[in-house]
Design a protein around this ligand. Structure first.
Ligand code: ADP
Length: 444
């Protein structure tokens, strides 16, 4: 089952997204300065613009490192992350207004870039905080307009783009200010409404998911009780049949013996099926699994030994390769061995005589990749996605092999996911299948 992302994790992901976005914005800013200066030949007061680019780089890097640091030290603390988000957006607004001031003030069409910050604030922050950030933007903007108008701070003309000294024109300044301020508030209102609805929906979906998980747990507990009882009754039935077959109750004629052997055989199959069901339900219900250090090499060798006789009987060659630096793994050895044995047994079972099975183990950066490839019957394309479902058996498998519970792969999936790994398959009908297991690398 896919692990649910917590509210805190979702928030921190969005902050990292903001940092990534800022790197792109910095690049865009530098390219725009170069473009305006070199291609459009507008006269710009360039140096402060580069200073601001450097400042943006410095605090973006600082926020990135700080975020990594506190995440490692204190885990995810919503209050601190909220503070970081607010600080970042406020700093961005200050940088933007400074950029605008040095490049034409109210005459610069880039003033409308404030809207992007308002949308980002609406996604990251609460509705109140977003409106406060909008008001902060309006305040910065009005300070700039009024101070430039009264000559308290200088005005830097954007020569070549707009008739200069528009900032001294009260009608122009008033109209632009009105449009600017109303646009900001409308943008925040709309964006917070949309993001509020989405957040509410996300919350509902999470609640629904928890409810389904709870129902699934109740169902599994029920299955566990029932299968446990069935298993006990079956064991008793089999015990009685065994006694009669071995002659404890007297000699049997051939017909009786044949019927009892068949009954015994069927009971045995039913018991393996019930045991598999018990196992998958137990794994599903287990919360914390006790991990131990074990040798993956030995585990795979055991699994190969287990299927060796069957493979030889069909003349199916098993080739095995493992990278030298892979061995120690943390997990439940017996479960991993059973999983690999299961995949190998399937590979042998569904591969016609004289075929081959390759098992390879590779060391990835953070994971270990185990692949089992066969030259078998393959899986029909429209059924590949279902083979990990409980009780599912593909049509072609049923014709080749009548025995099978359709539980082996779902147990394998549960086991691998309990180890925080992934399992998947690629297959071509009539050519072969490759099952891949990816486990977190705990090699030491
Ligand atoms: P079972 O083998 O008992 O039917 P599994 O859960 O192990 O159950 O496998 C589920 C289904 O996946 C099989 O019935 C078969 O259709 C398909 N399958 C698994 N392994 C292979 C394989 N190596 N080649 C082709 N089909 C496979």
């Amino acid at each position: 089952m896919v692990r649910e992302i917590t509210q805190e994790e979702g928030f921190i992901e969005r902050i990292y997204w903001l940092i990534k976005l800022r790197w792109i914005a910095i690049l865009g800013l530098i390219l725009t300065i170069i473009f305006v200066q070199q291609i459009l030949h507008l006269s710009l007061y360039i140096l402060p613009l580069y200073y601001i680019s450097v400042l943006l780089c410095v605090y973006n890097l600082a926020f990135f490192l700080f975020l990594n640091q506190i995440r490692r030290k204190t885990g995810i603390n919503l209050a601190i992350i909220n503070w970081i988000a607010n600080a970042q957006i406020s700093l961005d607004l200050l940088c933007l207004i400074t950029l605008i001031h040095f490049s034409g003030g109210i005459e610069n069409p880039f003033i409308f870039y404030f809207i992007f910050h308002m949308i980002i604030a609406s996604i990251l922050l609460s509705r109140l905080a977003s409106f406060l950030q909008a008001s902060f933007s309006v305040l910065l903007f009005l300070f700039m307009v009024v101070f430039e108008y009264f000559g308290i701070i200088p005005h830097y003309n954007l020569v070549g783009l707009i008739a200069s000294d528009q900032y001294q024109n009260p009608i122009y300044s008033g109209a632009v200010s009105f449009v600017f301020i109303s646009t900001l508030y409308i943008a925040v209102y709309m964006a917070t409404s949309i993001s509020g609805t989405l957040k509410e929906r996300e919350k509902n979906l999470k609640q629904l998911n928890r409810l389904l998980e709870e129902k699934d747990r109740v169902k599994s507990e029920y299955v566990l009780r029932v299968t446990h009882d069935i298993n006990q009754h079956l064991a008793a039935i089999k015990g009685c049949i065994d006694l009669v077959i071995t002659g404890y109750t007297g000699a049997l004629n051939d017909k009786q013996m044949d019927l009892l052997r068949r009954a015994n055989d069927r009971t045995g199959k039913l018991m393996s099926f019930v045991k598999a069901l018990l196992k998958i339900t137990r794994i599903k219900l287990s919360k914390d699994i006790e991990m131990e250090q074990f040798s993956l090499r030995k585990t795979i060798e055991n699994a190969i030994n287990f299927v060796d006789t069957k493979a030889k009987a069909k003349n199916v060659a098993i080739n095995y390769s493992i990278e030298t630096d892979v061995d120690n793994l943390r997990g439940i050895q017996i479960y991993i061995e059973e999983t690999i044995t299961n995949l190998l047994a399937n590979a042998v079972k569904y591969t016609p005589n004289n075929g081959k099975v390759d098992i390879s183990v590779k060391n990835g950066d953070n994971s270990i990749l185990i692949q089992i490839a066969d030259t078998g019957i393959g899986i029909p394309e429209d059924e590949v996605s279902r083979v990990f479902d409980e009780f599912y058996r593909a049509k072609n498998a049923r014709t080749v092999e009548s025995d099978g519970t359709g539980l082996g792969l779902s147990i394998a999936k549960q086991v691998i996911e309990k180890h925080n790994g992934r399992i998947g398959v690629e297959s071509k009908l009539g050519i072969g299948s490759t099952f891949s297991i990816e486990l977190p690398n705990t090699t030491v």
